[in-house]
Design a protein around this ligand. Sequence first.
Ligand code: F6R
Length: 256
Amino acid sequence: MEIIIQPTPEAATRLAARMIAGLLQRKPNAVLGLVTGSTPIPLYRELSEMRFDWRQVTTFNLDEYLGLPPDHEKSFHYYMRENLFKHVNIPPANRHIPDGLAADVPSHCADYEERIRKAGGIDLQLLSIGLDGHIGFNEPTSSLASRTRIKTIAPQTRKDNARFFGSEERVPRHCITMGIGTILEARQCLLLAFGTAKARIIAETVEGPLAANNPASALQMHANAIFCLDEKAAQLLKRAVYYRWVYDNKPAWQRH
Ligand code: F6R
């Protein structure tokens, strides 16, 4: 794992944008795994302003609420349209988000996995982390080998997401999410976490035991996982001095 600690969320976001820009320059037909939530909004803004030609890019979102149509303003379809897709020229056929209205959920999930496979796999999976360690909607005790499937959203996550819906009661109970096994197959994972509230779970994820009880800890098994943090999210890391030293001493060819 590579742990990068930046002074502010803005600096960490700029660094993440540079990494994605570098990937798109090297590989204009890259396959990106996308995430929603509050953390990546400034990153999508930054990327939108970079004026890339995104015509060959393919995207796969991690998750979607079950029961929400794509035009529902709390759906992840809507979020992606507002925060990224309407600003960049990714062809609609290349954008993939689980269908919240899928009639046959298991076969839709199997098809989603197949689409990722046919696209050649995900080059870079963007991630953020929930306070209980969820990535995508893989809640604690999710199988670390899980694939795209229906999940019941944990009460804590429904509480955390009530801010988007106005009340907890309006937050859907189910979702479709890529599994931990699906995420681990991405060639690179880039997790962003900012703010004091994320400090405890970041410390457990990076320096705690690998356990289904903290699904994000599965990233310890990934050969190319980068955590891009601000000072506040990094404040409980015991080896922070070492992470900074590693970053400051990277050979020029390895710099982001
Ligand atoms: C959303 C997703 C979730 C969020 C997580 C953190 O697509 O996959 O795992 O990344 O709930 O959300 P924020 O960024 O709002 O703290």
